[in-house]
Ligand binder design. Structure first.
Ligand SMILES: Nc1nc2c(c(=O)[nH]1)N=C([C@H](O)[C@H](O)COP(=O)(O)OP(=O)(O)OP(=O)(O)O)CN2
Length: 137
């Protein structure tokens, strides 16, 4: 078993705000991230796929195919978007780094499986200091 990775980048705006809470509670929990006029991040999404090396190609999976899947199914839909307003697969969800990674997994896992390999991890970096890793459970 060997692991391969593809990094994609996207820039997006969002707001962390729970409409079921008071202004005070939102401010207490989310602080500046609750700003009603949104704020932005330059995200990095690192997708790790695992499998065996195909002796004919030397590849687990062609990284160009992986790039096209991630861009076409996920990051093109996030780049230069407002995550709270513009993205169908985030509608009604808190746009935390965790939830973005989980929703990306739901989309990417079946697409990657079509190539006879397995999605292992989605790492989503929101800031230099804040990131999440999701392994599908
Ligand atoms: N569990 C989570 N916590 C937080 C998330 C998140 O997605 N999941 N997101 C945020 C903010 O959107 C954002 O990350 C701002 O956080 P902040 O700590 O201010 O980010 P920086 O790394 O830029 O700040 P430093 O002071 O340099 O660490 C908050 N929490």
């Amino acid at each position: 078993m060997i692991y391969i990775q593809r990094r994609e980048r996207f820039s997006a705006a969002h707001q962390l705000y729970n409409p079921n809470w008071s202004e005070e509670q939102n401010e207490a929990v989310f602080g500046k991230c609750a700003n009603q006029n949104f704020h932005g991040h330059n995200f990095e999404m690192i997708v790790t796929v695992k499998g065996e090396v195909n002796p004919d190609t030397g590849f687990v999976m062609n990284l160009v195919d992986l790039k096209n899947i991630i861009q076409g199914k996920v990051t093109d839909k996030l780049d230069h978007k407002n995550l709270n307003l513009d993205v169908d697969f985030l509608r009604g969800k808190m746009t935390s780094t965790e939830n973005i990674a989980i929703e990306a997994w739901k989309i990417l896992q079946p697409e990657i499986a079509k190539h006879g390999v397995e999605l292992h991890c989605i790492r989503l970096v929101e800031t230099e200091n804040n990131s999440v890793e999701y392994y599908g459970e």
